[in-house]
Write a protein that binds this ligand. Structure first.
Ligand code: SF4
Length: 246
């Protein structure tokens, strides 16, 4: 069964080879500089304006309350162009939490993260690990779709982070798999490139929850030769969940 899904991922020779070195000199999409926070000129003083949900309030919410709060959120400009929020899907008691960047058009339409071709590859990756998609919890850093699928702005990610932080606190996963540079940098509060983030185990802020970064399925569809490295990342995350690695 696993072989079938590995084939789906285009990695028919992905047989576990313990002697394979973890190569970290992979090509990485260019890092974009952080987008300046939204500013507003008041007389001769330039103030930075970043609305965020009341994080103390968010930290008190249970799952249904949190989802309602996200659905009603107007903390950043993305609320004006969304048709609906994409909160997350899957098992709210899962060991695995998979976090991507932001919903695209198909995800927004269906209200579910990781649909379309990227979603199919992510599902194949999950099933290659011997899991079903319903057994993991999947969400994004942003709950609203950036227009034309542009990268999220820094202020949008700052505005939305308390929701993700609360999802992590409620779920208490054994591992967080951050897929793609934007998600990994946001979760790890880092500006490092994916080639420097993957292949290592980080901790999510003060929680001690392990974080593993790997490539976004959309990137793997464009660069299928990188699937082998993604599989190495997934294997490392599997060892963490199994208690074989910290
Ligand atoms: S992206 Fe996040 S912070 Fe911005 S409006 Fe949507 S839910 Fe609120």
């Amino acid at each position: 069964m696993r072989h079938h899904y590995l084939q789906t991922m285009g990695i028919t020779r992905w047989v576990r080879r313990e002697s394979d070195p973890v190569v970290l000199d992979d090509a990485e999409p260019e890092q974009k500089p952080p987008v300046e926070a939204q500013t507003e000129l008041v007389t001769d003083v330039e103030l930075t304006v970043v609305q965020t949900p009341d994080s103390h309030m968010v930290d008190e919410l249970d799952w249904p309350e949190l989802q309602q709060s996200v659905a009603a959120c107007v903390a950043c400009d993305l609320h004006a162009t969304r048709t609906q929020t994409v909160f997350g899907s899957g098992n709210q008691q899962a060991d695995w939490m998979i976090v991507g960047e932001a919903p695209g058009a198909e995800e927004e339409q269906q209200g579910t993260p990781f649909m379309g071709q990227s979603g199919q590859l992510l599902t194949a990756m999950i099933e290659a690990m011997g899991l079903k998609r319903e057994q993991v919890y999947i969400t994004n850093v942003l709950k609203c779709r950036p227009p034309e699928n542009r990268d999220p702005d820094a202020d949008e990610m700052m505005a939305c982070h308390s929701f993700l932080r609360r999802q992590i606190a409620l779920l208490q996963p054994k591992v967080i798999l951050a897929v793609g540079r934007v998600a990994a940098q946001n979760i790890l509060d880092s500006t490092e490139l994916m080639k420097d983030l993957r292949g290592k185990v980080f901790k999510y802020k003060d929680s001690g929850i392990p974080v593993v970064a790997t490539y976004h399925p959309a990137y793997l569809l464009r660069a299928p030769t990188e699937k082998r490295k993604a599989w190495q990342d997934l294997q490392m995350a599997m060892r963490i969940v199994a208690g074989e690695q910290q």
